[in-house]
Ligand binder design. Structure first.
Ligand SMILES: NC(=O)c1ccc[n+]([C@@H]2O[C@H](COP(=O)([O-])OP(=O)(O)OC[C@H]3O[C@@H](n4cnc5c(N)ncnc54)[C@H](O)[C@@H]3O)[C@@H](O)[C@H]2O)c1
Length: 378
C-alpha cells in the first residue's frame, strides 16, 4: 500500500501522524511511505530521519494526497485539504465529525473512507486511541496548574508541594478516569493534598487501592463538590459521560466560595467542560478569570508537548495502521470489530450512527454497504 504522511496545517498543530519508527515498521512490512517535506519538524523529526527509516520525502502536500492510498494524520482535515481528498482513499486520523457538518459533507461527497481514531474501541469497550492524549492532558493539568498558581502567572502564589512547616496545596480532581488518574499521579508526586471525586464507586475503590493513603476519594454530589472546592487551590475538571456533553458539576455560584486566585484546569472543555463558567481557550490565549478564579480551558492541551504527544499517539495508532496496510481495508475491519467501529464514512455514506444522529443525516450500516458495493464478506 502507498501510505501518505502530510504535514499538519491546522493552527498551532505540531504533531505528526507517524514517527520515523512508524515509517520504518510500515516500510519493513513492504509498504511505500511518502512523507511531505518537513512533516515531522514540529515534533523534532528531520526529513533525513524519515528517509533513513525508508520513507520518501515529497515536496508538495498535493502529491502526497494524490498518490497515497491511505493518509495517516493527527487532526481532522481543514478546508485547504478538502479538495485533496479523493474517492476510495483511506483517511486514518482524529475526525470529531459530530459537530463538523462541512467535513462530514466533504467526506461523504468525495466518497472517502474516514476512519476516526476517537471511535475505535478495544475488547474492553474503551477508546484506545483517545487514552494516550488523556494521559498527556492529565499529567499536563498539574504542570499547568502549578505554573498558574504562581503569583506572577496570576494565581494565589502557592507552591504545590508546600515546604516543611507550610501546608501543601489542595488539589481537587473531579472525574477519576484516565485524565484524573494521571493528574493525581503528578500531583501526589509533587507533594500536594489530592482529593478525587467520581460518581463511580468501583472506580473510587480502584483509586483507593492504587494510591492507598496518598489521596482522599469522595463520592460525587453537588454538596461534596461544593465543600471540596471551597478549600481548593487547584481544581481539575476530568469528567466524561461518553457520547454526551459534560455535566456542569461546578456552578458559577459555587465559585464565589473558592479562594481568590485559585486555578481551574478544565480538561473536559472539549466536551463543553464540567465547570459552568468554562469556555474553550487556545494556547496563545489560555486563561481568563471568573469570580476571581483563574480558568485554563485549552481544548487541545497535548498540542503544547507535540513531541511527547506524537510518540504517545503513534504508539497507539501504529498497530492499526499496520493492520490496515497489511490486510487491506475489508480484511482489517473484518478481523477487528473495534477498528470497524472507527469507520465514520464509507462510499458516500455516513456509517457512524451517533454522527448521523447529531447532524440529522441518514445513517447507513457499513455491513449493508460492503455487501452491496463489493460483494465482499468481511
Ligand atoms: N483538553 C484536552 O486537551 C483534552 C485531552 C484529552 C482528553 N480530554 C477530555 O478529558 C475528559 C476526560 O477524559 P478521560 O479519558 O479521563 O475519560 P474517562 O472516561 O477515562 O474518565 C471520566 C471519569 O468521569 C467520571 N464521571 C462521570 N460522571 C461523573 C460525575 N457526575 N461526577 C464525577 N465523576 C463523573 C467517570 O466515572 C470516569 O471515571 C474528556 O472530556 C476528554 O475528551 C481533553
Amino acid at each position: 500500500m502507498i501510505i501518505g504522511l502530510p504535514k499538519e496545517i491546522k493552527d498551532n498543530e505540531y504533531r505528526v501522524g507517524l514517527t520515523p519508527a512508524g515509517v520504518r515498521a510500515l516500510h519493513d512490512a513492504g509498504h511505500e511511505v511518502i512523507v511531505e517535506k518537513s512533516a515531522g519538524e514540529g515534533s523534532g523529526f528531520e526529513d533525513t530521519l524519515y528517509q533513513r527509516a525508508g520513507g520518501s520525502i515529497i515536496e508538495s502536500a498535493d502529491e502526497v494526497w494524490s498518490r497515497a492510498e491511505m493518509i495517516v494524520k493527527v487532526k481532522e482535515p481543514i478546508a485547504p485539504e478538502y479538495p485533496r481528498m479523493r474517492e476510495g482513499q483511506l483517511l486514518f486520523t482524529y475526525l470529531h465529525l459530530a459537530p463538523d457538518r462541512e467535513l462530514t459533507k466533504q467526506l461523504i461527497e468525495r466518497k472517502v473512507t474516514g476512519i476516526a481514531y476517537e471511535t475505535i474501541t478495544d475488547r474492553r469497550g474503551t477508546l484506545p486511541l483517545l487514552t494516550p492524549m488523556s494521559e498527556v492532558a492529565g499529567r499536563m493539568a498539574i504542570q499547568v496548574g502549578a505554573h498558574y498558581l504562581e503569583k506572577m502567572s496570576g494565581g494565589r502564589g502557592i507552591l504545590l508541594g508546600g515546604v516543611p512547616g507550610v501546608p501543601a496545596a489542595r488539589v481537587v480532581i473531579i472525574g477519576g478516569g484516565v485524565v484524573g488518574t494521571n493528574a493525581a499521579k503528578i500531583a501526589v508526586g509533587m507533594g500536594a493534598h489530592v482529593t478525587i471525586i467520581d460518581n463511580n464507586l468501583d472506580r473510587l475503590r480502584e483509586l483507593d487501592d492504587i494510591f492507598l493513603s496518598k489521596i482522599s476519594t469522595l463520592a460525587s454530589s453537588a454538596y461534596m463538590i461544593h465543600d471540596a472546592i471551597s478549600q481548593a487551590d487547584l481544581i481539575v475538571g476530568a469528567v466524561l459521560v461518553p457520547g454526551a456533553a459534560a455535566p456542569k458539576l461546578v456552578t458559577q455560584k459555587m465559585l464565589k466560595d473558592v479562594p481568590n486566585g485559585a486555578v481551574i484546569v478544565d480538561v473536559a472543555v472539549d466536551q463543553g467542560g464540567c465547570i459552568e463558567t468554562t469556555h474553550p481557550t487556545t494556547h496563545s490565549n489560555p486563561t481568563y478569570y471568573v469570580e476571581g478564579v483563574l480558568h485554563y480551558c485549552v481544548a487541545n492541551m497535548p498540542g503544547a508537548v507535540p513531541r511527547t504527544s506524537t510518540f504517545a499517539l503513534t504508539n497507539a495508532t501504529l498497530p492499526y495502521a499496520l493492520k490496515l496496510a497489511n490486510k487491506g481495508f475489508y480484511k482489517a475491519i473484518g478481523s477487528d470489530p473495534g477498528l470497524r467501529e472507527g469507520v465514520n464514512t464509507f462510499s458516500g455514506h455516513c456509517t457512524y450512527e451517533a454522527v448521523a444522529f447529531a447532524q440529522g443525516i441518514p445513517f447507513t450500516s457499513l455491513d449493508k454497504l460492503i455487501n452491496s458495493s463489493s460483494g465482499a464478506t468481511v
